[in-house]
Design a binder for this molecule. Sequence first.
Ligand SMILES: [Zn+2]
Ligand SMILES: [Zn+2]
Length: 460
Amino acid sequence: MRLTCWGAAGEVTGSMHLLEIGSKRILLDCGMFQGRREEARKKNENFPLTPGDIDAVVVSHAHIDHTGRLPLLIKKGYAGPIFCTPATRDLASVMLPDSGFIQEKDFEFLKKRGHTGMAEPLYTAADATRVVDSMMSLPYERPLDIAPGIRLTYTDAGHMLGSASVVLDIDEAGVKRRVVFSGDVGRWGLPIIRDPKPPKGLADVLIVESTYANRVHESPVEAQSMLAGYVNQVARRGGKIFIPSFAIERAQELIYELHSLVRDNAIPQIPIYVDSPLAVNATDVFRLHPEAFDVSERLVRETDDLFRFPLVKYVRSVDESKALNALHGPAIIIAASGMAESGRILHHLRNGIGDHRNLVLIVGYQASYTLGHRLQEGAKEVRIFGEMMPCRAEVATIGGYSGHADKNELRRWVQGLDQTPKRAFTVHGETEQLHAMAELLRGLGVRQVDTPALGQPFDL
Ligand SMILES: [Zn+2]
Ligand SMILES: [Zn+2]
């Protein structure tokens, strides 16, 4: 058996790991490299594998850094099955075409700037839609033989709707071994979704994410009380709250949290706008998957529809979105993109960032080159649509909504496996975090820990 990491190796994005088991080739995830446009495009274009040689693809969850190269794989001739959970399939059916649309836009943008060497977009929305036709959904905890001698079981990773850890029980000529791929490990107590469920039993090989192996987050409970505090302060001074948010999972968690706070009379009755067509579509997918909700949460048990209550309005059309500019009085506007690099949030920021009564509330990770990051760092002026604007609005961050386990939660997850893995590989993290994860694993007794470089093969 051989493992080669072709993405999320020495970095966070591009998750893709190839397992060669005898003559069979199983691909774990087929994610997109994300980051600066041109740099990411180059990395995504150079697809390192021959798609026709792959026997099956096993996807951990719907995030684009885990699924975003699937359309490319199919475009290049992959005709086999793509396994995922039911919710992942449905989320992918809205997220992948959106990603295709962004690829088309990026292509137009780069072509206009005279960049050569690109005959066509990486893939189109139509290419992306075709992926869904190959996706076979497998619920949690339902083992399935996906190839002779290879049995797949998903367990809940607690990271986003439908997110899974992957267990492969392998029988190679009578030699039985187990490979566990953590996927992205979520957190205990996140709204809506269930807690992570580490797969029990002895893993011969563990491939584990490391995003925040050296960090400690606020708890989701602290996050909710911070959110309530900010809504109260800003409503009192008559301002608006702009929340740049990822359209999937984070947006629904915010709606859920605000719903919960309104029901408890912990925040005043101010309108809440979800201004992102992708977030609106994703919310519909959430409604289709109550089986993945955490029934230990009061709101899940006590309401018929987590995402519908009198104060929340879903905005699809551009005209409705523009009309929000004329709003008077306190309001909450949740809009994509999550790092304020593109999307409707930019219009809202242009409109409201100069007003000291307003608040820009950061609730997710901000990469260093993004507008969200500059705001977070306290920039006095920022460029929006090419124009320098004074930043007078308050900017605050709530870290407790992160969907990734911090170091204590990663330790809890590894300990939850019940037996110490024989061998581990740390992936999906920046250098410092990858080393911290390797240390954490050694501290828990894992004898052999490696941090793979891109394309470096390991015989197992
Ligand atoms: Zn993820
Ligand atoms: Zn990820």
